[in-house]
Design a protein around this ligand. Structure first.
Ligand code: IMP
Ligand code: MG
Length: 174
């Protein structure tokens, strides 16, 4: 059995939307202490493009999270594998995610961050799969709503593969 990847969002479509999100964020966070929290590993490519699309002062920090095993189903247990390098007290935080699927990861991170006294916490996700929601989460800055398909590329993986694809696609077994 082999796999092929069918394009869902091209590199050009992604780039155009990321530019719009960057402009939207820059406008809302003008003259504030914005911290982008990059949720590893899936959002590393999105975040690197997004931060360059935001004009103004931005601090960037990284958070390692594991919620999946080798499969395509969330375990529902969110484990922090690497914490932030600095406190976020008094700061305006945007959590940058690749995809909000069941919502469990974001819900857990919002709860965790609120205990650390930031001035605000919002969520920016490139993708959202509302069909799979298990908890309600508000995505303040959203790239694309997608149907219930497992996607890879532009940072997203299937068992650690395909993160380096410049576009987002669906894995098809052939
Ligand atoms: P949630 O906790 O179910 O919302 O899942 C969040 C995490 O699961 C994301 O940050 C991704 O790392 C991973 N994930 C969810 N759906 C997909 C997908 O379609 N492709 C690749 N990773 C996914
Ligand atoms: Mg992720």
């Amino acid at each position: 059995m082999s796999e092929r990847i069918v394009t869902m969002l091209s590199a050009e479509q992604i780039a155009a939307r990321v530019r719009e999100l960057g402009a939207e964020i820059a406008k809302e966070y003008k003259d504030r202490n914005l911290v982008l929290v990059v949720v590893l590993k899936g959002s590393f490519i999105f975040a690197s493009d997004l931060c360059r699309a935001i004009e103004g002062n931005v601090r960037i920090d990284f958070l390692g999270v594991r919620s999946y095993g080798e499969g395509t189903e969330t375990s529902g247990v969110v484990q922090i594998t690497q914490d932030l390098s600095r406190p976020i007290a008094g700061e305006d935080v945007i959590i940058v995610e690749d995809i909000v699927d069941t919502g469990l990861t974001i819900a857990h991170l919002m709860d965790l961050f609120r205990t650390r006294g930031p001035r605000s916490v919002k969520v920016c996700s490139l993708l959202h799969k509302p069909a799979r929601a298990r908890v309600g989460v508000n995505v303040d800055f959203l790239g694309f709503t997608i149907e219930d398909k497992f996607v890879v590329g532009y940072g997203l993986d299937f068992a650690e593969r395909y993160r380096n694809l410049p576009f987002i696609g669906i894995v098809e077994r052939t």
